[in-house]
Ligand binder design. Structure first.
Ligand code: UDP
Ligand code: MG
Length: 329
């Protein structure tokens, strides 16, 4: 670090999609929460192709606050990609990822910074209470975490979202992971370093509506499982073996019945129909699983960029310039 610049820089990354109703309030609250910190600050807002007035609100915020940088995406790329872009552009010694909707209280960041100063490289928020979330979301989330932790070699803690602080070391490691199907909380677990959980209460959405319908939730769950586990592929072999074993058992049992009782059990159409349907089903499921992985290989093999930035505001922000001149010195 440059000698004129004794204070470390904290970057806060905020992905936004159609958040015009909350942005002003969250920006004020974020600034108020972080003001007492003994750190230099930059806030990186990523507008993920919003179709409402989000861009205008961000432009206004940026025009009055030099510590704000804004990335405008060329279209909607999704929450995980928007977060990735923010992390890529952030210049901080530590980077915090937080949602725009005030569900993760910005005041918790102060505690995260404390843990970071004590030497932790990742401080991730663990939700102790999830106010205003449906029973359906709670049940499916718990099922998902149980499943992924069975299947994957990388332990992924439950009740943890993307709200977290990461040291520069972790961010640099993340930036070397170019995969398209991104499940950031899993990727951060995979990276390692010293990680610690910080319990906090997750609030209701401040305003606006959730942009995570069931369809997007399923996609994220699928990305989590398929990017972190070859388990489903192995499940295909297990299913195949089970089918073969049951076919053998039926044949054997039928043979014995026929020898002992002279019963023509095996010839019944029902049995044959069941066997054909079962095998056909197993094969289709396995082809589908295989297809998911092949599709992902195909997408990676095109080597497209993860996102397209239409415009960057505040690239010359004081924080950015200070870091640049420190690099040069
Ligand atoms: N988000 C985004 N791109 C999307 C959907 C959501 O950047 O395509 C942002 C959104 O603005 C918010 C965060 O991701 O800051 C979490 O989204 P949301 O609050 O809708 O999800 P939930 O909290 O209901 O899971
Ligand atoms: Mg939310």
């Amino acid at each position: 670090m440059h000698s004129d610049n004794p204070q470390p820089l904290l970057s806060v990354v905020v992905p936004c999609y159609n958040e015009q109703e909350v942005l002003r309030a969250s920006h004020q609250r974020l600034l108020a929460a972080l003001e007492p910190l003994d750190l230099r600050l930059e806030i990186v807002y990523v507008d993920d192709g919003s179709t409402d007035g989000t861009e205008a609100v961000l432009r206004r915020i940026q025009a009055t606050e030099a510590r704000v940088r804004v990335l405008l995406f060329a279209r909607n790329f999704g929450h995980q990609i928007a977060s990735t872009a923010g992390i890529d552009y952030a210049r901080g010694d530590a980077v915090v990822l937080i949602d725009a909707d005030l569900q993760d209280p910005p005041e918790v960041i102060v505690q995260m910074v404390e843990q970071w100063r004590e030497g932790y490289d990742v401080v991730y928020g663990r939700r102790t209470c999830r106010d205003g979330e449906s029973a359906f979301k709670l049940v499916t989330a718990s099922l998902f975490y149980r499943m992924i932790n069975r299947l994957s070699d990388t332990p992924i803690p439950p009740d943890v979202g993307d709200f977290r602080l990461m040291d520069r070391k972790v961010v640099d490691a993340l930036k070397q992971m170019p995969e398209h199907d991104r499940f950031i909380r899993g990727m951060v677990s995979w990276v390692g370093f010293r990680q610690i959980a910080l319990p906090y209460e997750r609030a209701k959405r401040f305003a606006g509506t959730s942009n995570y319908p069931v369809r997007k939730m399923l996609r994220l769950a699928l990305d989590g499982i398929l990017s972190f586990s070859l388990g489903p592929l192995r499940a295909a072999s297990v299913l195949g073996l089970a089918a073969v074993a049951s076919a053998l058992a039926i044949l054997f049992g039928g043979g014995v019945l026929w020898l002992v009782a002279g019963s023509p059990w095996l010839s019944s159409t029902g049995t044959i129909l069941a066997a054909v349907l079962f095998l056909g089903g197993v094969q289709l499921v396995c082809t589908g699983i295989l297809g998911e992985y092949v599709g992902r290989i195909y997408r990676e093999s095109k080597r497209r960029p993860l996102y397209v930035v239409r415009e960057e505001l505040g690239a010359q922000s004081p924080a950015a310039l200070e870091v640049r001149s420190a690099d040069a010195a």
